[in-house]
Structure formats: C-alpha cells, structure tokens
Design a protein around this ligand. Structure first.
Ligand SMILES: Nc1ncnc2c1ncn2[C@@H]1O[C@H](COP(=O)(O)OP(=O)(O)OP(=O)(O)O)[C@@H](O)[C@H]1O
Ligand SMILES: [Mg+2]
Ligand SMILES: [Zn+2]
Length: 507
C-alpha cells in the first residue's frame, strides 16, 4: 500500500484554505490587497501549523499576474513556477541544513539586484533560529536597509533563539496550535476525498495525538492507511502508533490505586505478550496520568489526550480517589523511568519496578529503601513530594523524579552488605543500564565519593548486589556529571513528552 503524501496534497494554496490562524491570514491578505506589506515578517509557532504554507501563499500572491482580493490565482505562469520551485525571485533557504553562512553572504550581494522574473523578491528562511551568529549578522545588515522590492519571511518553531536585533525589525505573527475540531474536520475531508473510511474514534485519536499540528495529523492518517488500508478503526491507529488502549490504561491505574500487585504484573505481562514495548507503556501511562491530573483540576474542561469516551467513567472515579500530588509524583516517576529505558533498551525489570513503586506511592507508603540513611550526607528528600514544590527550587529539580525504584533496590542491597559503601553510592544516581554496563553519575563536588566507590572493595560489593538482582554480571561505569547535567536530561525528555506548556505547570 503506497503513501498518499496527504500533507503535501493538502497544503493550502490560498489564504481562504488555511485552517485557523485567522488574524494572521486576514492581516496578510489585506496588506497584499492594499499594497502595504512590510519588508520583513517573522512567523513563529509549533510544527505543522501553516508557517511555510502561508509564506508560500504570500510569495505567490505578491508575484501573481492576476491576483484578486489578496489571493494568488495559482494558474498564471508565476504562480505555477513558484509552486514548482522554478521561480528565480522566490528563494527558499533552509537554515537547518547548512546553517546559512554561504546563503547569507550571497544574499547580501544579490539582495539589491532587482527581481528578474517577478514583481517582488521573496526570501523564505525556514528554521531561522538555526542560523549561525555570522549568518544572523549578515541578515541583520540586510534587514537594516531593505531594498523596496524585497520581502523576508522568517519562520521558526523557536522564536526565543532569535536575536532581539532581528526580531525587532520584523512584524511578528504567532501561529497557534490547531484545535481538535479544526484537525478532525480537515482529516475527515482528506479521508473522504481518498475514499478512506475512518471511524469516529479513530479520527478523534489521530487528532488528539497530533497535539495541534496539522502535518502530524495528516501524516499519521497516511501511515495508518499504508499499513491497514481504507477501513480504519481505532485499534488500527493504536496498533500503528504503538499506543495502548485507554481501557487497558484505566485498568492498570485501577490496579495501581488498589495496590493490586498481581493485577499490575498480569497487566504488564499482557501488554508485553502483545508486543508492546516497555518504553511505549511507560509513555502511555504517563499520558494517562496527565489526563487524570488535568481532569482532577479542570473537570470536563480538560483537553484529554488518551481518554476519549470508553474510559471516562473510570477516569472520573479515579480523579476523586487519587490525590493530585500523588499523580504528579507518579508522573515524575514515569518520566524518569522513560529516561532510564532509553539507556537500557527495554529493560523489563525497570518497567516492573517503576509500576511497583507507583503502587507503593498510591497506597501512601514510602518504600523502605528510599529513606535516607542517618550516616549519609543529606540527599534530596525522597518522601512524597509536596503538591507545591518550594518556589526556590529550579524547574529542573522539580521535574526530576524523586523516587527511583531500581536504584532504591540496589541501594538497599548494598546497605545490607556494608553501610559505608552504601553512603558512598547513595550520593550517586543511576543513569541507566546499557549493554550490561551500569552508568552511575555523581554530581560536581562528589568526586571523592566517586573515586572511593571505584575502589575494588566497594565496587565488588555493588557488583555482588547487581549479580543477585539481575542474575548476570554487570560492568560498572562511574561518571562525574557537570552541575545540572542529569536534571537536564530528564527535563529535556519531559518536554519531548508533554510539550513546553505541560512541563511549565510543574513550577
Ligand atoms: N493552518 C493549516 N491549515 C491547513 N493545513 C495545514 C495548516 N498547517 C499545516 N497544514 C498542513 O501541514 C502541512 C505542513 O504545513 P507547513 O509546512 O505550513 O507547517 P509549518 O508551520 O511550516 O511547520 P514546520 O515548523 O515543521 O516547518 C501542510 O502541507 C498542510 O497539509
Ligand atoms: Mg515550515
Ligand atoms: Zn497567479
């Protein structure tokens, strides 16, 4: 089954075809109609929300031979050439691919040459935040004195990385994430046009997972179609995306709340036997917990990602049973586990330990091994984190999981054998296990502990504990971390998972 390349076929060709971004569209369309476009624009906003599409509409419209009410005709030779990339005066630069040094140098020379073919030269610089400092400087020189016949459209997903000197010379438009309805409408049109039958739940699922990006929604539809053909159910989407059903997750969380350990292990077994990956399970559970948290705060107004209709009654009940600070801590554990799994390539042990830790958490107990030993220097508190982390705490520290199942078990094992070794090890943190090597990180200032831990006597104790736990020989690697490096990894992962917005609410 071939790809339909839906996202390309469904690129809006006229302003009126753009979904959402109403203010941007109206402002640009009017400016073109009235011949008062600026010299430079900055389009900022999330992936796949229409930045490049609108830039190209502008490029065509200003060069169109029969432009009407600000819209390009898409028929004349200029419009067609621009669409085929054969138009000399529309120059697209992808700053991500070569960081733009040559282009920007070139630009300074060529920008003053009048348009060869059309009325205006339009430079579209995509991913502009990737330009090097020299390239930015060259661009700035041009923006300071832009020739009349030139329009710059800079597009970026990361506007904060663009120097203020550049930003202040551009008119900025912010592109918003598209709503669920906007995405489902467009998806449905694309499906109907291609004789794809998408059932309601499948449609909703794809739209929600796109997180406001139209490109992602269309590519997902494409991907599911190419595997499953023209009849698409919710299960098909779950399958292709490696997702887990909402009812499964609801039951897993029920088992967690009930501290039903055999139930938890059985659920995990079931998912693994169906070929789900540990990393996906952790990610999906995190998404479910995120839904639970939002629902408990906002009720019906929450925009849920995983839960649609089927699991809603369970989610409602759970939102009354589970305390918010517990859910938040559970989310942190899941995020940290996801990070470990990245190093450990699907380690089943980590998965089970994380879920057992969650069960402990929800039953209101703190695992014994997590209590700091009297002899150890003060570690970050391991008790259940408060609902409002202290204001002084950095975002990194807040997002870092504060409980760590695998590590707790290892520490407990070492402590049983020799308390001084435990005290040294307790200052480190488990970074992960990969190809039979365990990586243990020590923060700056703990070099002494690291070196001591590397000594044969201490190392052998740890190796023994690991052999007992993992039933095999595991090599050790001790790493001295730069200050916040470890936290940074976890936070980065969290942002990948939830988007910037979600991570910020943890402050
Ligand atoms: N606002 C929108 N209306 C209709 N379709 C859209 C919209 N935004 C994106 N799309 C669809 O997604 C595809 C990609 O959009 P586009 O290239 O304009 O996104 P972008 O914002 O430039 O993303 P990126 O930041 O990843 O470059 C388009 O071809 C189109 O199919
Ligand atoms: Mg783009
Ligand atoms: Zn035209």
């Amino acid at each position: 089954m071939a790809y339909l390349a839906l996202y390309r076929a469904w690129r809006p060709q006229r302003f009126e075809q753009v979904v959402g971004q109403e203010k941007t569209v109206a402002a640009l369309c009017n400016a073109i109609k009235e011949g008062r476009l600026s010299h430079a624009y900055l389009f900022s906003g999330p992936r796949g929300t229409g930045k490049t599409s609108i830039a190209k509409i502008v490029a065509r419209s200003v060069n169109c031979e029969q432009q009407e009410a600000g819209e390009p005709c898409n028929q004349c030779s200029s419009c067609r050439d621009i669409n085929n990339g054969n138009f000399m005066d529309v120059i697209e630069i992808d700053a991500a691919s070569n960081r733009g040094i040559d282009e920007m140098r070139d630009l300074r020379e060529k920008v003053r040459v009048l348009p060869a073919q059309g009325k205006k030269k339009v430079y579209i610089i995509d991913e502009v935040h990737m330009l090097t400092t020299e390239a930015f400087n060259a661009l700035l020189k041009t923006l300071e004195e832009p020739p009349d016949s030139v329009i710059f459209i800079l597009a970026t997903t990361e506007p904060h990385k663009i120097p203020e000197t550049i930003r202040s010379r551009c008119q900025t438009y912010h592109f918003r994430r598209l709503t669920g309805d906007e995405i489902t409408n467009r998806l449905q049109q694309a499906a109907v046009t291609n004789s794809i039958k998408l059932d309601e739940e499948a449609l909703l699922l794809i739209a929600r997972r796109a997180n406001g990006g139209m490109r992602d929604a269309l590519s997902t539809l494409d991907q599911v179609y190419s595997y499953k053909g023209q009849d698409i159910s919710k299960d098909d989407v779950l399958d292709v995306l490696g997702l887990v059903d909402e009812l499964y997750l609801a039951e897993l969380v029920d088992a967690l709340l009930a501290k039903d350990i055999p139930g938890i292990i059985a659920s995990l077994d079931l998912a693994m036997s169906q070929g789900k990956e540990a990393q996906h399970l952790v990610r999906e559970t995190a998404f479910y917990l995120r839904d639970l948290l939002l629902y408990s705060v906002m009720g019906e107004k929450a925009q849920l990602m995983v839960v649609q209709k089927a699991a809603l009654p369970q989610l409602q009940r759970q939102s009354r049973e589970a305390k918010r600070d517990m859910i938040l801590s559970a989310l942190r554990i899941m995020m940290e586990t996801a990070e470990k799994l990245r190093f450990s390539e699907g380690n089943r042990f980590l998965l089970e330990m994380a879920f057992l830790e969650l069960a402990e958490l929800f039953s209101g107990q703190i695992p014994a091994a997590a209590k700091p030993a009297a002899s150890a220097a003060p570690r970050e508190k391991k008790a259940v984190p408060a609902a409002n982390p202290q204001p002084g705490k950095s975002k990194a520290a807040a997002a870092k999981g504060e409980a760590d199942p695998a590590w707790n078990r290892i520490l407990a094992g070492v402590k049983e054998k020799r308390v001084p070794t435990y005290a040294l090890l307790a200052q480190g943190s488990l970074l992960g296990i990969k190809e039979n090597t365990m990586y243990i990180g020590y923060k700056k200032g703990f070099n002494f502990h690291k070196e001591k831990m590397q000594e044969k006597a201490n190392r052998e104790i740890l190796e023994g504990v690991l052999r007992d736990l993992y039933q095999k020989t595991i090599e050790l690697e001790f790493i001295l971390l730069e200050d916040e490096q470890y936290n940074d990894i976890v936070v980065k992962k969290a942002i990948e998972f939830f988007g910037q917005d979600m991570v910020q609410i943890k402050d």
